[in-house]
Design a binder for this molecule. Structure first.
Ligand SMILES: Cc1cc2nc3c(=O)[nH]c(=O)nc-3n(C[C@H](O)[C@H](O)[C@H](O)COP(=O)(O)OP(=O)(O)OC[C@H]3O[C@@H](n4cnc5c(N)ncnc54)[C@H](O)[C@@H]3O)c2cc1C
Length: 465
């Protein structure tokens, strides 16, 4: 490996792309088309040396460094612009599994689908989110809320080591013993420490999982929601589910039964224990009372392998423009449920493709002793509402409706937010306490005194006091 000062001119020219070049377009490509980055220069880094070369270039040119992997969260940071170099991390090497220690080493740029497949071959699973296309690093650094979350906690708590290139060009391997302060700040502290090149994560045993989604016409929304809420109050932690009201567009990949009008959906996963039928029993206790409410349009719940969990939510697989909002909510009583459905249920005229209540609690609310800056969520539900400007819906329609939903949910709003569910950097955000923000800032000043990575910091400085 070359030293930081020695990056040869030829490697700079090969790596750094300016606007107008094909390599630039590839490096700035994002999944969320609502926020196209327009940096001064861009690079796709496939090796640690590439990352160090790119960081060196940014310092020489007086540019800030921003990074991304898939661009699923492209709109959630301050816009990437003329003062920035954008590094797309696509590190080589693939997922490596140490089965004895149940540790996966994951190069930056890897999407969750690759980890799910590699882990499954050994009877193991990882705390991924609803889509296998989301990037491992961006999801983990911001917390990560999985359908295994109530059983296993916030996904970031499974991180055992992080390798990153810092502003001085050094490749550091950071864990609980090498630099406990930086390891703490990296895990949920909002970014701005360096370019992560790989993470080690702890996997868990998962031979059987019960997972799926049941959809009904939205005429059944109030009874489904009230039964789901009642079940959720004493639900076992093995189960993590979501209640959703959806207005799905007539796309070829979506069953026609679901696009004829608004539908409601209960989906998620129940993590089983080897040799028991407990997961199926838990799923039945949830689903049987719901199935009595009305005939399902589609019902995919089944006992399957962990890879099925990333199919359950039917997340989009092609880039599209997303606009949305998010709140962390307290217990939702009958009034809260009624207000929510008044704004997003049948007859509301809601333009939101998805208005979702994700079940929290269980291990998600318990920070482990060795957790990072963000290690738990103190709320009962995560609300996410989002739309896509399909004709005749406009971006303004979506924003106006999100604002109206926010207003009616205010009595149940905790004021806190989960970083991964932020769609847009200007949304109100409060992921960390003021004390935690101050402690993270101090560590950031030690690691990046000149503020090379400052633009990458998630907008969480407005912590609740
Ligand atoms: C369809 C869909 C489904 C989702 N489902 C869930 C879910 O179930 N649960 C959940 O919690 N979230 C979910 N999310 C949100 C998702 O977890 C966040 O958008 C996450 O930040 C995406 O990470 P990424 O690396 O793919 O995105 P990117 O936009 O590439 O990166 C996001 C941020 O991560 C940081 N980052 C990325 N790579 C690096 C690197 N190499 N070094 C340093 N920093 C880096 C940067 O700050 C970057 O701005 C979903 C999003 C979508 C669009």
């Amino acid at each position: 490996m070359t030293t930081f000062e020695e990056a040869p001119r030829a490697s700079l020219e090969k790596l750094i792309a300016l606007p107008g070049r094909q390599a630039y377009d590839k490096s700035v490509r994002v999944f969320n088309l609502a926020a196209a980055p327009a940096p001064a220069a861009a690079a796709t880094a496939t090796t640690v040396d590439d990352v160090r070369t790119a960081v060196r270039y940014a310092r020489q040119e007086g540019l800030g460094v921003r990074m991304h992997s898939t661009g699923h969260a492209a709109a959630s940071g301050r816009p990437v612009g003329a003062g920035d170099l954008l590094i797309r991390t696509e590190l080589e090497g693939g997922v490596e599994i140490d089965t004895a220690r149940r540790i996966a080493r994951v190069p930056a740029g890897t999407q969750w689908g690759a980890v799910i497949d590699a882990a499954q071959r050994h009877g193991l699973a990882a705390p991924h989110g609803s889509s296998g296309l989301v990037g491992v690093v961006g999801y983990l650094l911001r917390g990560g809320v999985s359908f295994y979350g109530r059983a296993k906690g916030l996904a970031v708590n499974c991180v055992r080591a992080i390798e990153l290139v810092t502003a001085d060009g050094q490749l550091r391997r950071v864990d609980l013993s090498s630099d406990p302060e930086l390891f703490w700040a990296l895990r949920g502290g909002g970014g701005g420490f360096g370019v992560v090149t790989a993470v080690d994560i702890e996997l868990f045993a998962a031979t059987s999982v019960v997972t799926g989604a049941t959809y009904w016409s939205a005429v059944h929304a109030d009874r489904i929601l009230s039964r789901w809420l009642r079940w959720s109050r004493s639900a076992p932690p093995e189960a993590t589910t979501a209640f959703r009201v959806m207005n799905l567009p007539p796309l070829p990949e979506i069953p026609a039964a679901l696009t004829a009008g608004p539908v409601v959906c209960v989906d998620g996963a129940v993590l089983g224990s080897p040799g028991t039928d407990g997961a199926q029993r838990i799923a039945d206790e949830l689903l049987n009372p719901l199935r009595e409410v009305g005939e399902a349009l589609v019902d995919t719940w089944h006992a399957g392998r962990p890879s099925a969990v990333a199919q359950t939510h039917m997340d989009p697989t092609e880039p599209f423009p997303m606009y949305g909002d998010h709140l962390l909510l307290d217990e939702l009583d009958a009034d809260g449920a009624a207000e929510f459905l008044r704004l997003v249920g049948i007859g509301s005229g809601s333009p939101l493709v998805n208005a979702e209540l994700r079940q929290l609690g269980g291990a998600l609310s318990v920070p482990p002793d060795t957790g990072g800056a963000l290690a738990s969520l103190d709320a009962r539900f995560a609300y996410m509402g989002g739309g896509v400007p399909f004709e005749p819906v406009t971006v303004d329609d979506i924003h106006a409706h999100c604002a109206a939903v926010r207003e009616v949910l205010e009595p149940w709003n905790t004021g806190w937010t989960a970083p991964t569910f932020i769609d847009h950097y200007a949304q109100p955000q409060a992921h960390l306490s003021a004390e935690t923000v101050a402690a993270v800032d101090e560590i950031r000043r030690r690691i990046d005194p000149a503020g090379l990575f400052r633009g990458d910091i998630a907008t969480n400085a407005t912590a609740l006091s």
